[in-house]
Design a binder for this molecule. Structure first.
Ligand code: PGA
Length: 253
């Protein structure tokens, strides 16, 4: 397959501009040969200017964890997708489960955010995932395919989109999905992509797994054919463990 392997770091509301830059210089020093996978950092929005400067010369991509769906206006406290793109971001995360759960973002809003991200030529990384109660009542496939369909309902399917499957019960809990559980969900999403946009969309769209990924479990997960990378929270806060995840999944890229 032609899909690139992507290892992304979601720092959530951790690190300021100085810590971000310190992280990056330490992280860069951990590689003698730059890995062949795509590396993407999602720092807090308030750090993006410093991170952009630091990354300018490096083969690293970065993006925002969230954005508004309008470019400007009376939206107190929000960040404009236009400005994020002007800073040089390649990606913006859309629909992380914390945005959905804590901040009440619904699929209709996320569909508009995807349009906004694409309008500024950034790549949306759409997150989907079921809660524990939904998994236990056998609704996993229904929940994640609905989130996917609704999220992409207004999207341009000709340009690159990245998906992240993040079971809510595995996020920040230390309880990782088994490689089989993750592969099953990814295969379901891959099939739904055919329905949404045909074989080509399905074949070229990377689907990342997220939820308690660590250096210790990265290798097994990365071997699965439908797992095209990781979205890492806690274990991407320290340069060594983030680099460890990249190194341990090397067989996949
Ligand atoms: P975690 O977070 O790796 O800390 O579980 C993943 C995420 O929320 O993207």
């Amino acid at each position: 397959v032609s899909r690139s392997f992507i290892v992304a770091a979601n720092w959530k509301m951790n690190k300021g501009p100085i810590e971000s830059v310190e992280f990056l210089s330490e992280f860069f020093s951990l590689f003698t040969k730059w890995p062949k996978c795509e590396i993407v950092i999602f720092p807090p929005a308030i750090d993006l200017v410093s991170v952009a400067r630091m990354i300018e010369e490096k083969p690293l991509r970065w993006g925002a964890q969230n954005c508004h769906f309008e470019d400007n206006g009376a939206f107190t406290g929000e960040n404009s997708p236009k400005v994020i793109a002007e800073l040089g971001a390649d990606y913006t995360l859309v629909g992380h489960s914390e945005r959905r759960k804590i901040f009440g973002e619904i699929d209709e809003m996320l569909a508009k955010k995807i349009v906004a991200v694409q309008r500024h030529n950034m790549i949306p990384m759409l997150c989907v995932g079921e809660e524990l109660s939904e998994r236990e009542s056998g609704k996993t496939n229904l929940v994640i395919t609905e989130q996917l369909k609704k999220g992409l309902s207004q999207a341009n399917l000709e340009t690159k989109i990245v998906l992240a499957y993040e079971p809510v019960w595995a996020i920040g809990t230390g309880k990782v999905a088994t490689p089989e559980q993750a592969e099953d969900a990814h295969a379901v999403l891959r099939k739904m992509l055919i329905e949404i946009g045909g074989e080509s969309l399905s074949e070229r769209t990377p689907i990342l797994y997220g939820g308690s990924v660590k250096p210790e479990n990265a290798a097994e997960l990365s071997k699965k054919p439908n797992i095209d990378g990781f979205l890492v929270g806690g274990a991407a806060l320290a340069p060594a463990s983030y680099a460890g995840i990249i190194k341990n999944s090397q067989l996949a890229f």
